[in-house]
Design a protein around this ligand. Structure first.
Ligand code: FAD
Length: 336
């Protein structure tokens, strides 16, 4: 295990922001974790951050502690019962490649989550979701290492406490658990989810299977979202806010066109719509801006700093709060 100093994270975050890790190491084998933990124990004042594909991060400043880049690789079909097939992916596997691998094996369930950047290990962190499907719909078990004790524990789906872009690992005990593997339970009789914007149209006249749906989702995503290779971003920058039925009624009275969906006891609003209504689509402040096709996506046009992107995000939050009385919450992890 090699711990390097002052390592640039520019190539390791999809915003393409320049920020340095004070200390940095790569975890390729689980056996290597002991020596990293020993090193961390000798430096108890330093924070530790696990890094996957860096696609859900905003690095506002240099990271003053140890970054552990998780590169554990393995894919495995575990077996099947009457209704499901069980597959396991190690945390460092590329998410999209893993999804396509399950499809190549003849399995369905993850196709709507095609082309989401990042790793298998980060998928449970914020319960990734797209096109009417969330990772929790297929996650059976998460194996994680307790960074305090080094013990490995299996979390059942219920124990992961998944919510909208949320989980136990993200909100209840952030930073404590290093996710090592994820087991997915994929239905042998798949039910295709096509009711999300544009999906059905893409599939018209085609014989449905997981690969065809995955291809359609990839086409839609490519037409809507900026490719981080070309323009730095972290996908949707804000969560869709949930308001009370009373606030929803007031908003509807004032803005009849406002979109909203029932969500538990409340109503989920479209953060993109709110931001768009405040005139932010395609705006920029230096190299920090919003994507011109999608106001919800903040972008780095080239040489923005993390501080500039964060300052721009805060201006958006303030204007949505002022116009609609609705607070926005950042979806990526903001690292100061
Ligand atoms: C163009 C684009 C489109 C996107 N579209 C979507 C979308 O449709 N839906 C969606 O939900 N998200 C989307 N995202 C966000 C992002 O892809 C996901 O959140 C993804 O799961 C992040 O994976 P990552 O490996 O890059 O995580 P990172 O950014 O590296 O890390 C994210 C968080 O997870 C933690 N973490 C990472 N790996 C581990 C591990 N092994 N154990 C413990 N903690 C860990 C990190 O410490 C950090 O807190 C998009 C991003 C981009 C750039």
């Amino acid at each position: 295990m090699q711990i390097r100093e002052n390592v640039s994270l520019k190539a390791l975050n999809t915003f393409g922001l320049e920020a340095k890790a004070r200390y940095f190491c790569v975890l390729r084998k689980l056996g290597g974790v002991r020596s990293i933990m020993q090193w961390a124990a000798q430096h108890p004042d330093l924070p530790v951050m696990f890094l996957g594909g860096g696609s859900n991060l905003l690095l506002v400043d240099d990271f003053p502690g140890l970054v552990v880049h998780v590169r554990l690789l393995q894919r495995e079909v575990l077996g099947q019962d009457q209704d499901y097939v069980y597959v396991r992916g190690a945390a460092g596997e590329n998410w999209h490649d893993f999804v396509r691998w399950t499809i190549e094996q003849g399995f369905a369930g993850l196709e709507n989550l095609s082309l989401i950047p990042g790793t298998v290990g980060a998928a449970p962190m914020q319960n990734i979701g797209a096109y009417g499907v969330e990772a929790k719909d297929c996650i059976y078990e998460v194996q994680a290492l307790d960074w305090r004790t080094g013990e490995i524990r299996e979390f059942s789906q219920a124990e992961c406490q998944f919510g909208y872009r949320d989980s136990y690992f993200k909100s209840v005990e952030p930073g404590r658990w290093l996710i090592v593997t994820v087991v997915f339970r994929l239905p042998r009789q798949p039910q295709w989810k096509m009711d999300y914007a544009g999906v059905r149209e893409q599939l018209e006249g085609k014989t449905l299977n997981a690969r065809v749906i995955s291809d359609a989702i990839m086409n839609i995503r490519r037409s809507k979202l900026p490719d981080p290779v070309e323009i730095g971003n972290a996908g949707s920058f804000f969560k869709n806010p949930v308001v009370s039925p009373l606030q929803w009624a007031n908003l509807q009275a004032q803005y009849p066109a406002i979109p909203g969906w029932t969500h538990g006891e409340g109503v989920k609003l479209s953060a993109g719509w709110l931001i768009d209504q405040c005139g932010w689509k395609g705006q920029r402040d230096g190299d920090a801006g919003t994507y011109d096709k999608h106001a919800l996506v903040l972008v780095n046009h080239g040489n923005a700093t993390g501080q500039q992107v964060w300052a721009f995000a805060q201006k958006i939050m303030a204007s949505v709060q002022e116009k609609f009385g609705v607070g926005l919450e950042a979806e990526p992890n903001i690292i100061f």
